[in-house]
Ligand binder design. Structure first.
Ligand SMILES: Cc1cc2nc3c(=O)[nH]c(=O)nc-3n(C[C@H](O)[C@H](O)[C@H](O)COP(=O)(O)O)c2cc1C
Length: 211
């Protein structure tokens, strides 16, 4: 089997300029709801691309947790992504909903969320996830796994009777988009690509790109 021979035709749907919502946020929410309703695994998983101060890109998956004026995810504020966002707040998100043959690309500027939003989400997480966030110096070298497990055990004792507070090094980021592209796979690679580009506050120019 040659990997070049793996081939799939996309026939699930289509997308046109006159059919999309006027707001890209509404269009996104519609597609996300369809991904959730279709019971896709991890419909909120998104690829986050950042670029460091040397122009070197890096990518990883994070989970979308909230949509307001932007797309909110939570992480460690001392991680590699945090360092990169600190140096360069421009970033890109990509969703891929395989079974719906859909991709959404979003670009914009990232800011930290308000502390109360981070607290609210932190406190809603299962205890072990909260302890994990406290224990893990995300993206730093670890001598071995045991160090982390011992740290969790210590924290379980320390917080057996009270809730752990959110550490200052953990919280949310919000990507505020100025560009969206909605991609729907079509037959023979003639896919539909509809862009929303922010041209003035709350004014989106909608146009089609060649596949
Ligand atoms: C499905 C999936 C969901 C993930 N969700 C998150 C998340 O919401 N926040 C997070 O910090 N890392 C999440 N990760 C781990 C990241 O991909 C990554 O390993 C971690 O954030 C460190 O990235 P960095 O070194 O670029 O900072 C997730 C990974 C996967 C595969």
């Amino acid at each position: 089997m040659q990997i070049a021979d793996l081939r799939k035709e996309y026939t699930f749907g289509q997308l046109s300029e006159d059919q999309v919502a006027a707001s890209p946020f509404e269009q996104f929410k519609k597609w996300l709801q369809e991904a959730i309703d279709s019971q896709l695994p991890e419909p909120t998983a998104m690829h986050l691309a950042t670029v460091n101060n040397q122009g070197r890109p890096a990518g990883r998956i994070v989970l979308l947790k909230h949509i307001d004026t932007g797309f909110v995810f939570f992480t460690n504020y001392q991680s590699r992504k945090a360092d990169e966002l600190n140096a360069n707040p421009l970033a890109a998100l990509t969703f891929y909903w395989v079974e719906l043959e859909r991709q959404v690309r979003i670009e914009g500027k990232v800011e930290k969320t308000e502390p109360h939003l981070s607290d609210e989400y932190f406190n809603s997480r299962p205890l072990l996830s909260r302890l994990g966030a406290i224990a893990s110096p995300q993206s730093r070298p670890l001598p071995d796994r045991k160090v982390l497990e011992e740290r969790i055990q210590e924290l379980q004792v320390a917080y057996s009777e009270k809730d752990p507070p959110r550490p200052a090094y953990w919280g949310g980021y919000r990507l505020i988009p100025d560009y969206f592209e909605f991609w729907q796979g079509r037959l023979s690679r003639l896919h539909d690509r509809i862009v929303y580009q922010l041209i003035a506050p709350e004014e989106w120019k909608i146009y089609r790109l060649a596949p």
